[in-house]
Structure formats: structure tokens, C-alpha cells
Design a protein around this ligand. Structure first.
Ligand code: GAR
Length: 193
């Protein structure tokens, strides 16, 4: 049997998408393993979740690097390569990447974004969708390229926006879909490598 593809999940906070990937990877038929969870903040809640699941949880803090985002990415990249990581899954990793990391992992770095891209790149996606009077929202898994929240779309899931939804209610409904979409798209992606 082909060895499982080693995936690193990069997080900045809660890490619920990372947790969904970890859960999916526990299925023996899953073609990927979460080999590492890496956060850029020591207080990222997902680090403890990963540790509890028996996965290496590493913090490479971005703060000490100040404005030198590339130097921080070089430290992240070194940690990933030391562990033989093959694919990066950004999972609520709230850093704008420099060309260094994007180029180094071209075609091997995925991101999940809480909107139906190309609509609403950036932040506050749910509030913007409601304010625009949209009738549906959703989430997108895409390959990471130089533009923020751009890059080829690998999969999307849609939810209805209901009368009376505020951004919290909508975010919760979309998040459930994120947890379903990301493992499925990542599995399909690594099968194609
Ligand atoms: C998720 O909704 C994810 O789509 C979003 O941050 C949240 C992280 O939650 N990502 C972005 O907005 C990236 N542009 P999580 O830490 O519980 O997975």
C-alpha cells in the first residue's frame, strides 16, 4: 500500500478545521496523515487539541521576527522539511504569506476560506455576504498562490443564508460544512499526487 502523504496543518487559533482533518486521518483508508500541527502563536488553542490526539504540536512564534515575515517563514519551512512534510493544509492560519513560502510549496499548499470564492476574500466574509443580501454562502478549499485567497479552486460547499441570520449564526453553519469539505478535498488532492 502507498504510504500516507504527510500533511502539516498550520493554525493560528482554535483549530477546528485541523481537528476535522485529524479525525479523518484516523480512518485507515485515509490517504493522508497529519504529521505536524504548527502554530504561529503559542496561545493557539489547537496546539493542545493536537497534542491530546498524539500529534506533534509545534509553535514557531511570528512575533519575535517582527516585520520580517520571510524570516519567520524560513523557520516554518525548515521545521516542515525536517519532518518530511509533503503537503501544507492552512487551517485558520491568519498570516499573509510572502512569495518565499508560496513559491517553495507551489502546488502543495491548500487553504480553506469561509466564502464562496472569488466572492469575499479577506476577513468578515459572513457579515459581508449578509450585508450584500446574498441568499447563499459557503466555503472554498483552494490551492495557495501569490494573491490572497486566490488560486485554483479544488472544492466548495454551499449553505443557504436564512432570514434573521447574523454573522455568528451563518459562521456556525458554514463551519460545519468546512469540517466536511476540507478532509474530502484534501483526500482527493493527495490521491492525485
Ligand atoms: C475558519 O472558518 C477558516 O475558514 C477561516 O478561519 C476559521 C478558522 O477556524 N480561515 C480564514 O478566514 C482564512 N482566510 P478554526 O481555527 O476553528 O479552523
Amino acid at each position: 500500500m502507498k504510504a500516507k502523504t504527510k500533511v502539516a496543518a498550520l493554525i493560528s487559533g482554535r483549530g477546528s478545521n485541523m481537528e476535522a482533518l485529524v479525525r479523518a486521518a484516523q480512518d485507515p483508508a485515509c490517504p493522508f496523515e497529519i504529521a505536524l500541527v504548527l502554530a504561529n502563536k503559542a496561545d493557539a488553542g489547537g496546539l493542545a487539541t493536537a497534542e491530546a490526539a498524539g500529534i506533534e504540536a509545534l509553535c514557531v512564534p511570528s512575533k519575535p521576527f517582527g516585520k520580517d515575515r520571510e524570516a519567520h517563514e524560513r523557520a516554518v519551512d525548515a521545521a516542515l522539511r525536517e519532518r518530511g512534510v509533503e503537503v501544507i493544509a492552512l487551517a485558520g492560519y491568519m498570516r499573509i504569506l510572502t512569495p518565499f513560502l508560496v513559491d517553495a510549496w507551489e502546488g502543495r499548499m491548500l487553504n480553506i476560506h469561509p466564502s464562496l470564492l472569488p466572492k469575499y476574500p479577506g476577513l468578515d466574509t459572513h457579515a459581508r455576504a449578509i450585508a450584500a443580501g446574498d441568499t447563499e454562502a459557503g466555503c472554498t478549499v483552494h490551492l495557495v498562490t501569490a494573491g490572497v485567497d486566490e488560486g485554483p479552486i479544488l472544492g466548495q460547499a454551499r449553505v443557504a443564508i436564512e432570514a434573521g441570520d447574523d454573522d455568528h449564526a451563518l459562521a456556525a453553519r458554514v463551519l460545519k460544512e468546512e469540517h466536511r469539505l476540507y478532509p474530502a478535498v484534501l483526500a482527493e488532492f493527495v490521491r492525485g499526487l
